[in-house]
Design a protein around this ligand. Structure first.
Ligand SMILES: C[S@@+](CC[C@H](N)C(=O)[O-])C[C@H]1O[C@@H](n2cnc3c(N)ncnc32)[C@H](O)[C@@H]1O
Length: 186
């Protein structure tokens, strides 16, 4: 079974309840100026729906079509317009089909591969924000979630030299299972 189908099955098994976003992640999204926003590894849309409700024009990307279908259903129920794209983010030149630039890119609860990180600045307008907030090794310790999908402390501080790192929060020091990076395009 493909990795996308593993996720598809998880989404097929979920209840019809709208996905909820932890308060900590909502607080990070609230820092972003309203604009054209790309939600990478969007899942069934917890962040995309939150952002669209706040007025962002959202493009939501995932490789699990069942997650995208759930997202579209929730968006339609709320009369929100969210564009969804089925893309494997681990592919070389994964973002090429988007052919667009954004005011914000968000990556929540997904560890971006180096190949994806390298493509992000090309998709950002001047002064655009990039928010990456995902599981740190404390999440691995607490839940057994595979460590290879978790951020080590400070792992991304030097990973995007073409962007300015505006803020880094080491969640482990603050009792959180998330580390947060906010970059700005130069
Ligand atoms: C833990 S969920 C997070 C979903 C969403 N960002 C959130 O915080 O609610 C991880 C998501 O990453 C997606 N994903 C995993 N590998 C991917 C890949 N190579 N390309 C695109 N999406 C991927 C999965 O389908 C899943 O929807």
């Amino acid at each position: 079974m493909s990795r996308a189908d593993l996720w598809n099955n998880r989404y097929l098994d979920k209840s019809s309840a709208i996905p909820s976003l932890p308060q900590e992640l909502q607080a990070s999204l609230a820092l972003l100026p309203v604009g054209r926003t790309l939600d990478l590894a969007c899942g069934d849309g917890a962040a995309s729906l939150y952002l669209a409700e706040k007025g962002h024009q959202v493009v939501a990307v995932d490789f699990a079509v069942e997650g995208l279908l759930r997202l579209q259903g929730f968006a339609a129920e709320r009369h929100l317009d969210i564009e969804t794209r089925e893309i494997d983010l681990s592919a070389t030149e994964a973002l090429e089909p988007l052919d667009d630039e954004f005011d914000n890119i968000v990556i929540l609860r997904y560890l971006p591969e180096p190949s994806l990180l390298q493509q992000l600045s090309e998709r950002m307008k001047p002064a655009a924000r990039l928010l990456i907030q995902t599981f740190n090794v404390e999440h691995h310790r607490q839940t057994g979630f595979p460590e290879r999908f978790c951020l080590q402390a400070d792992a991304l501080s030097q990973a995007l030299p073409e962007l300015s790192l505006q803020a880094y929060d080491n969640g482990q020091l603050q009792g959180s299972v998330f580390d947060r990076y906010l970059f700005v395009a130069k």
